[in-house]
Design a binder for this molecule. Structure first.
Ligand code: HEC
Ligand code: HEC
Length: 217
């Protein structure tokens, strides 16, 4: 226990980098009891099928530590506001916004557990938030991103509803994950509703789009 406390005081970054030993006591147990029925934590996706995906009511979390920003995760678990306008894996039913809420103590333990689940596919510190004409052009015109995702623009929310909302992506998503996801989506999940852009956009274009998504407040 003493060792864990020292690790934590050295800094959150180190905690994220380390693996099993950095789990807060109990986070994995709380997850098994309250969360595992709806979320799977084993990956990567090449061992999964669409049927596996549909068998769970919530998104896969085996790379949660690569995908989410820690502060967002800890806060969201205590006060989970809808991310998707529509129910997960549905193109017709509304998201009822009834995600279970965790206590502050459980949320802290769960956050430490989930931030320890990472994917080696995500290279840290490459994508920095940036708005460029090229990225705007891709997101809004060249590619149909904005037709499926809502996003902030000029103080308003624009865009489609079939994909997760990207409003707040600046605080929710790790930009390096967004890039890795767009570049190699099949590593993360069996693809169904989100198109595979790896053969459509080149790596520089994917970087620009990931950097742009990271500016969405
Ligand atoms: C009854 C099923 C169910 C249970 C139980 C459940 N979740 Fe969820 N979870 C969902 C659904 C559905 C979503 C998608 C919510 C949305 O898009 O607004 C979700 C979303 C999430 C997300 C965001 C994932 C993403 O990719 O957007 C996290 C993190 C999460 N849940 C963690 C947990 C934790 C931790 C627990 C246990 C305390 C838990 N969930 C319990 C169904 C569930
Ligand atoms: C045909 C609709 C559609 C189009 C077009 C589309 N997406 Fe998506 N996108 C989705 C869906 C659906 C998901 C959720 C997939 C899942 O988790 O099952 C998603 C997921 C994402 C995510 C992860 C969000 C999260 O919280 O999990 C990002 C980032 C993203 N898309 C960015 C983009 C970008 C950038 C483009 C354009 C280059 C784009 N999308 C085009 C439907 C779309």
């Amino acid at each position: 226990m003493k060792l864990l406390a020292v690790t934590v005081s050295v800094g959150a970054a180190l905690l994220v980098m380390t693996t099993a030993t950095s789990y807060a006591a109990g986070g994995d147990a709380v997850f098994k009891k309250s969360c595992a029925s709806c979320h799977y934590t084993d990956g990567p996706a090449k061992e999964k099928t669409i049927a596996d995906q549909l068998a769970k009511k919530g998104p896969e979390l085996w790379y949660a530590g690569s995908k989410f920003q820690k502060a967002w995760l800890a806060a969201w678990l205590q006060d989970p506001k809808p991310i998707r306008a529509l129910k997960y894996n549905s193109l017709t039913d509304k998201n009822k916004g009834d995600h279970p809420k965790s206590s502050a103590a459980d949320a802290a333990a769960l956050t430490d557990y989930l931030m320890g689940l990472t994917s080696p596919e995500v290279k840290a510190g490459v994508i920095k938030p940036a708005t460029t004409p090229q990225a705007k052009q891709i997101f809004n015109k060249k590619m149909p991103c904005s037709g499926c995702h809502s996003f902030p623009s000029g103080g308003e929310v624009h865009g489609g509803l079939s994909g997760p909302s990207l409003v707040g992506a600046a605080k929710r998503l790790n930009p390096d994950w967004t890039y890795a996801y767009l570049a190699n989506i099949k590593h993360f999940k069996p693809v169904r509703d989100m198109p595979d852009f790896a053969s459509v956009l080149n790596p520089k274009e994917l970087e620009a789009v990931a950097a742009y998504v990271a500016t969405f407040e």
